[in-house]
Design a protein around this ligand. Structure first.
Ligand SMILES: NC(=O)c1ccc[n+]([C@@H]2O[C@H](COP(=O)([O-])OP(=O)(O)OC[C@H]3O[C@@H](n4cnc5c(N)ncnc54)[C@H](O)[C@@H]3O)[C@@H](O)[C@H]2O)c1
Length: 335
C-alpha cells in the first residue's frame, strides 16, 4: 500500500482526492488545504479521511511515501521542493513550475535523492492521444505538416496566472508528446481585457526545425467551449474533439497528391477525398490512468512518462511564449 497525501483540495484537487481514495493500492493518508471549508467538504464526501492545513507537519510523517500537489501554480515550486527535501516522491499538477531554473532545480533534487518526480500532464494519459501517437509513429498519417489546438471557454478567470500558463500546458505537453520533438522558436500574441497584465486570450505558434508547425489558441473569454486538436499529415488528417462523448477521434483519408504525368499545375497537385473513420477507443478516466501510473512508478522505482524533464520541456515553451507575448509576438528562439 502506498501512502499518499493530496495537497490542495480545490476545483481540481478534489478529483485527485477522489481517485486516491478509491484506488485500492493507495492509502490516502492526508488531505491538506489552507481553506477549512475545502477540508470540511472533503471530510463529508470521503468519511474517515484525515485532514490538515499544516503541510510541513505532514512531511514529518516518516511513513508517508508520496505527496500530490494540486495547489495554485505559484506555490508548486516551494511545496515540491520541501516534499523532495523530506524524501517524498512527488507529483505536481500542471504547470510544473513558473520558471525554467526552478524546474531544473527540482529535477536535480529528485535525482540526487532518488525520488520519483511526476508532472500532471493529463492528456499524455488520454486513450485518444495514445492512439494518435501510435498512428503518427506507424506513419499512418504520413509526415505531419502542422497541428492546431483550441482550448476555449467562457470559464474561470484566474488572477494569479494568465490563460497561457493555465490552459496551454495541456496543449503543449500533448503536442510535444505526439510529435516527439521540440520547437526551435515560438511566437505569441495575446491580450488582457479583464485584468491588466493577465492575458485572457493567447494565440501562439511553435515552429520546428523541419518546418512543421503547431498553433495553439487558449482563452477563458470565448462564447464556445472547445477542446479540439487537428493534425494535418501528408497521408491523412485527424481531429480529436474531447467534448464528444464517445466518438472523440475522426480520421480523414484526405490530402493532396502529386501527379507524375501532368500538363498544368492544377493537374500536378490533385486533391484526394476518401473515407472518414471513427476508430474504436476504449473509454476510461485519464486521471485514473495517470494516478495509477504514479503509483506504479513509486512501487517499481521507474521514471514516469510525464517526468520532470517533460515538465521542463513544457515550462521552456511557456516561458518563451510569455517572452514573445511581452514583446508583441517577436519570435523567441529556444536553445
Ligand atoms: N490536470 C488538469 O486537467 C487540471 C485541471 C484544472 C486545474 N489543474 C491544476 O490544478 C492546480 C489547482 O487548480 P484548482 O483549479 O484546483 O485551483 P483552486 O484554486 O480551486 O484550488 C487550489 C487549492 O489549493 C489550496 N492551497 C493553496 N496554497 C496551499 C498551501 N500552501 N497548502 C495547502 N493548500 C493550499 C487552496 O486553498 C485551494 O483550495 C493548478 O495547478 C491547476 O493548473 C489541473
Amino acid at each position: 500500500m502506498i501512502r499518499i497525501a493530496v495537497v490542495g483540495a480545490g476545483g481540481w484537487g478534489k478529483n485527485l482526492v477522489r481517485n486516491y481514495f478509491q484506488i485500492a493500492e493507495a492509502d490516502l493518508r492526508y488531505v491538506c488545504d489552507l481553506d477549512e471549508k475545502r477540508l470540511e467538504a472533503a471530510e463529508s464526501q470521503f468519511p474517515g479521511i484525515r485532514t490538515t492545513s499544516d503541510f510541513d507537519a505532514l512531511l514529518l510523517d516518516t511513513e508517508l511515501d508520496a505527496v500530490v500537489i494540486a495547489t495554485s501554480a505559484p506555490t508548486h515550486y516551494s511545496l515540491a521542493k520541501r516534499a523532495l527535501l523530506a524524501n517524498k516522491d512527488v507529483y505536481v499538477e500542471k504547470p510544473f513550475v513558473l520558471d525554467v531554473a526552478e524546474a531544473k532545480e527540482l529535477i536535480k533534487l529528485a535525482e540526487d535523492r532518488e525520488r520519483i518526480l511526476m508532472v500532471g500532464h493529463l492528456l499524455e494519459y488520454h486513450p485518444v492521444v495514445e492512439k494518435l501517437r501510435e498512428m503518427i509513429k506507424s506513419g499512418e498519417l504520413g509526415d505531419i505538416y502542422y497541428v492546431y489546438s483550441q482550448r476555449l471557454n467562457l470559464g474561470t478567470v484566474r488572477q494569479d496566472e494568465n490563460a497561457l500558463w493555465n490552459f496551454a500546458p495541456h496543449d503543449i505537453s500533448s503536442i510535444l508528446f505526439l510529435l516527439g520533438k521540440e520547437p526551435v522558436d515560438i511566437a505569441a500574441r495575446g491580450q488582457s481585457y479583464l485584468r491588466d497584465g493577465v492575458e485572457d486570450v493567447v494565440f501562439f505558434t511553435l515552429t520546428f526545425a523541419d518546418n512543421s508547425m503547431a498553433n495553439i489558441h487558449v482563452s477563458w473569454l470565448d462564447p464556445h467551449k472547445v477542446r479540439k486538436l487537428t493534425i494535418v499529415g501528408s497521408n491523412k488528417m485527424a481531429v480529436f474533439d474531447d467534448l464528444e462523448a464517445t466518438e472523440k477521434l475522426r480520421i480523414y483519408d484526405k490530402g493532396a497528391e502529386f501527379a507524375t504525368d501532368y500538363d498544368s499545375y492544377a493537374e500536378y497537385v490533385g486533391l484526394r477525398f476518401g473515407d472518414v473513420t471513427i476508430p474504436y477507443i476504449k473509454s476510461g478516466e485519464p486521471l485514473r490512468t495517470e494516478c495509477m501510473h504514479f503509483l506504479d512508478c513509486i512501487r517499481d522505482r521507474t521514471q514516469p512518462l510525464s517526468d520532470g524533464y517533460d515538465g521542463l520541456r513544457v515550462v521552456k515553451v511557456l516561458d518563451a511564449a510569455q517572452r514573445s507575448l511581452k514583446n508583441n509576438g517577436v519570435p523567441v528562439l529556444l536553445d
